[in-house]
Ligand binder design. Sequence first.
Ligand code: C5P
Length: 233
Amino acid sequence: MNREVIIACDFQNREETMAFLARFTERKPFVKIGMELFYGEGPDIVREIRARGHQIFLDLKLHDIPNTVNKAMRNLARLGVDMTNVHAAGTVDMMRAAREGLEDGAQDKAPLLIAVTQLTSTSEQRMQRELLIAASIEDTVAHYARNAQEAGLSGVVCSPLEVELVKRACGTGFYTVTPGIRYPDGDAGDQSRITTPQRAREMGSDFIVVGRPITQASDPAVAYARVCADFCN
Ligand code: C5P
């Protein structure tokens, strides 16, 4: 598998998104569509971006009873996305039902299904105090990753700092999708545990999700090319 850069299209509406995508006249980037854009514009935004030739990671983080997630995934598979996700906290049964829904709904190849282990916004202290998970965050991430693998998922979303422990738990073929990418000369914004594209590559990430360093750049296509050169080569 080749390493891939995924651009987080965190825009409010179709107009902003299309204006941004129009800047990419050569290679069409792999893009992530999240809740903001999907809930604002509906499934047509996915169809439209796909018709423009982009690969799509639909980041909706499903978490419900297995039957509901199975049916929802059938519908998402029909949109022809390349990657989507669920919360590992939904249990192995739920993740398996999600995967089966994708396989049933896909016209051709089923999308890659990955799991969110613990959100990077959840601190170990809050996880232990509010979620009553007594284990360390590292042990929880490794355990949830193993559950995802048992359910037949392809990988997890995690911090680049957790890639090594996920690969140790599940093997190198189990994908890691990592946000929190920044250059030392850029603005960290609200991200705290940040890593450069080069470092993410050295740590073994398979996909990096990059938002503002590309979306807010004066020339997004140039910024994207720089990230690709540093991560993919
Ligand atoms: O702009 P920035 O590069 O920080 O964007 C990162 C993207 O990855 C955003 O869409 C954010 O919601 C997402 N993400 C994250 N941390 C996670 C999971 C997803 O930053 N743990």
